[in-house]
Unconditional design. Structure first.
Length: 285
C-alpha cells in the first residue's frame, strides 16, 4: 500500500486527479473526536499503510496541533510525519493532492514527506479580497490599509511562494507576478461576487484551464473575511511532479535513517548535516 496522506479536515481532501490518485485520509479535530478515537484512527492507518504523512497549515489551531503530536507520542511512532506548511487552506489542499499523486510512485516515505517543502514553493496561492484591514498572514502597507476603507475596493493577494498585494482596477491583472511554468488553477468562491480570478488573472497567468471547488472552512479565518475568492495555481501533471522531486539529491537522515531531500527530515525534523561541508568549515591546523 502507498504511504497514507492525511488532511486535517474533509474540505481539504480534493477529488483525485485521476483514477490512480489515492483518496486522502481525513483526520478529525479535538472537538469532533476523543483522544482515544484519534489514537485508534492513526494506528489503523499505520497498520494499513506503514507510514502516514500529514501536511497542515502552520496556522492550524494550537489545540489541534497539540493533539496530533500527542497521538504520535502515545503511539511512539517515528512513521508519522507532521508537516506544517506556510500556505493558506486551499494551497494546503493542493499540496496534499500532489503528495497523494506522488505516493503511488517509487519514492520512499522519507522522500515523499520531505518533498512537501519543495512542492510548496511551486504553489501560487492567494485570494481576491474586498479588504485587507485584518489580514495577518501577508504583509500589508499602511497605504493598502487606507485603501481598504474605500467603497468598492478589491485586492489581489498572493501568500505563496512570496507575498504580493495589488489593488484590482477594472480588467487589469494587477501586479501579481505569476508562475513561469505550466499550471492549472483551482478556484474556491466565498461570499464575494466576482469573476476576476477566472476572467482576468487566469489568462494573465496563462494557466492550463481552471477548476472550481468548495471553499475550505478554514479560509474565512485565514484571510480574515468570508467575502473572498481563493485560488491556487499548481503543477497538475504527475510526470512533471515526479521529475521535480527526482531531480533533487537524496540523502540519509543521520537521526532516523530515512531518505530525505532538502535540508530537513520530514519524519523526525532533524536538519540534514553535510559532513563534507562541516569539514570544510573547520579551521586549518
Amino acid at each position: 500500500m502507498p504511504t497514507a496522506i492525511a488532511v486535517t479536515s474533509g474540505d481539504l481532501a480534493l477529488p483525485p486527479s485521476d483514477r490512480h490518485t489515492p483518496l486522502a485520509a481525513v483526520l478529525q479535530p479535538p472537538s469532533a473526536q476523543s483522544f482515544e478515537a484519534s489514537i485508534t484512527e492513526l494506528h489503523a492507518l499505520l497498520e494499513q499503510h506503514g507510514y502516514v504523512v500529514v501536511p497542515y497549515a502552520a496556522a492550524l489551531p494550537a489545540a489541534y496541533v497539540q493533539r496530533l503530536h500527542a497521538v504520535r507520542s502515545v503511539l511512539e511512532s517515528d512513521r508519522i510525519a507532521l508537516l506544517p506548511v506556510e500556505l493558506p487552506p486551499l494551497g494546503v489542499a493542493v499540496l496534499a493532492r500532489q503528495l497523494r499523486q506522488l505516493s503511488v510512485c517509487d519514492f520512499s516515505p522519507g522522500v515523499l514527506a520531505s518533498a512537501a517543502r519543495l512542492l510548496a514553493h511551486y504553489i501560487y496561492a492567494g485570494a481576491l479580497l474586498p479588504t485587507v484591514t485584518r489580514l495577518d498572514h501577508v504583509p500589508v502597507s499602511l497605504t493598502a490599509h487606507a485603501r481598504s476603507w474605500m467603497p468598492g475596493s478589491q485586492f489581489a493577494v498572493l501568500a505563496s511562494p512570496a507575498p504580493q498585494l495589488a489593488k484590482v482596477t477594472g480588467t487589469e491583472p494587477g501586479l501579481l507576478e505569476g508562475p513561469s511554468f505550466a499550471t492549472r488553477l483551482l478556484v474556491a468562491r466565498g461570499q464575494l461576487q466576482s469573476d476576476w480570478v477566472t476572467t482576468v488573472l487566469a489568462p494573465a497567468w496563462q494557466v492550463q484551464g481552471h477548476l472550481e471547488t468548495a471553499l475550505p472552512a478554514e479560509s474565512a479565518g485565514w484571510w480574515a473575511t468570508p467575502r473572498l475568492v481563493e485560488f491556487a495555481a499548481a503543477i497538475p501533471e504527475l510526470s512533471v511532479l515526479h521529475q521535480l522531486v527526482s531531480s533533487v539529491r537524496r540523502e540519509l537522515c543521520r537521526w532516523c535513517g530515512l531518505e530525505l531531500i532538502g535540508d530537513r527530515c520530514g519524519f523526525c525534523s532533524a536538519p540534514f548535516a553535510d559532513p563534507h561541508a562541516q569539514l570544510e568549515r573547520l579551521p586549518a591546523q
